[in-house]
Design a protein around this ligand. Structure first.
Ligand SMILES: Cc1cc2nc3c(=O)[nH]c(=O)nc-3n(C[C@H](O)[C@H](O)[C@H](O)COP(=O)(O)O)c2cc1C
Length: 295
């Protein structure tokens, strides 16, 4: 169905004006090629000698002022909220969702209003724009069959994955158009994507429909809560006990604002602080006490 990841103007890609480039291919040609030699590596944190209480690393930015935006200010186009949110809440993971329609048409589409929210049970959320009345194929299939496979997108197949957002009519499968390879699932009927390094067979738990704040009665989106029932991880990406996926192999792609995607090529590690350990330091204990004393 039509690409309408915006909460309003469903199906009107031309209205969303997501692509800022009149000639995208010309702009792309002016840019350096994708750097496949760039391998995932760890660096230090921005400030390895940071001490508790020190705050941000560049305090001069505290002088900057913030603009207050009322999402429903008179005259503000609602689409601006969509554009602001998808450019400000980044990077977003992308759930690449495989479903089957009641008549057996296989559907594949990317969703970046997506995340994992629990591990026991393994739960995922999916935000689909439009309501129950004119559901995207993914939502219609999920509601009908209660099954899907969530695949994570890697660098190696981002173009193919992006192409599945094509506004093809129901009954037209995105699988052959993408050129991706279906692989059999065990507990659900929809296939998983063989190229995906990490896939999760999943079942629908529940959905909830949202209504516009400014146009009462207008249904703008549906939240789907989905439970993972089986994991698939490519052997070269996972450790022996099946508890860790190597980002250097996963090469995850995230969604940024507009039509931009992000790579993960650099990382740093930071240990999680423990209160009892940290407050053995009298300076930190003093900081912790400031709040308690109401100072
Ligand atoms: C990277 C990416 C992320 C997307 N995220 C969402 C999303 O979170 N919600 C949504 O409704 N549409 C989203 N879309 C648009 C859908 O993928 C698009 O409408 C697609 O045609 C839906 O397919 P379906 O009708 O087969 O489910 C996204 C598109 C792309 C390329």
């Amino acid at each position: 169905m039509a690409d309408s990841s915006a909460p309003l103007q469903e199906g009107a890609e031309a209205t969303v004006k997501r692509n800022p480039h009149p000639d995208f291919k010309a702009v792309e040609a002016s840019r350096p090629p994708f750097d496949t030699s760039k391998h995932f590596n760890y660096t230090q944190t921005p400030k390895p000698d940071w001490k508790p209480g020190q705050g941000a690393n560049d305090s001069s930015k505290l002088q900057e002022t913030h603009r207050e935006i009322d999402p429903f200010a008179p005259g503000r186009p609602l689409i601006n909220n969509y554009k602001l949110l998808i450019s400000g809440v980044i990077p977003r993971p992308i759930g690449f969702i495989s479903t089957l329609s009641h008549d057996g048409t296989a559907n594949l589409a990317p969703y970046s209003f997506f995340n994992v929210i629990s591990h026991n049970p393994p739960l995922f959320i999916l935000g689909v724009s439009g309501g129950y009345q004119q559901p995207k194929d993914t939502l219609a299939n999920l509601i009908e069959t209660k099954e899907c496979v969530i695949n994570m997108i890697s660098e190696e197949f981002i173009e193919a994955a992006n192409y599945t957002a094509l506004n093809s009519p129901p009954g037209v499968s995105e699988w052959p158009l993408s050129g991706l390879t279906p692989a059999k699932s065990k507990l659900v009927k929809p296939d998983r994507v063989q190229e995906a390094i990490f896939s999760v067979e999943a079942k629908l738990v529940e959905t909830r429909e949202w209504e516009s704040k400014v146009e009462p009665g207008r249904r703008t989106g549906v939240l789907a809560i989905i439970e993972g029932v089986k994991f698939w991880v490519r052997e070269d990406a996972v450790n022996e006990e099946g508890s860790l996926i190597d980002p250097a192999v996963l090469k995850p792609i995230s969604r940024l604002g507009g039509i931009a995607y992000g790579r993960v090529t650099e990382s740093f590690e930071l240990p999680r602080p423990d209160y009892d350990q940290e407050t053995k330091d009298p300076n930190i204990a003093k900081l912790a006490k400031l709040e308690a004393d109401g100072q």
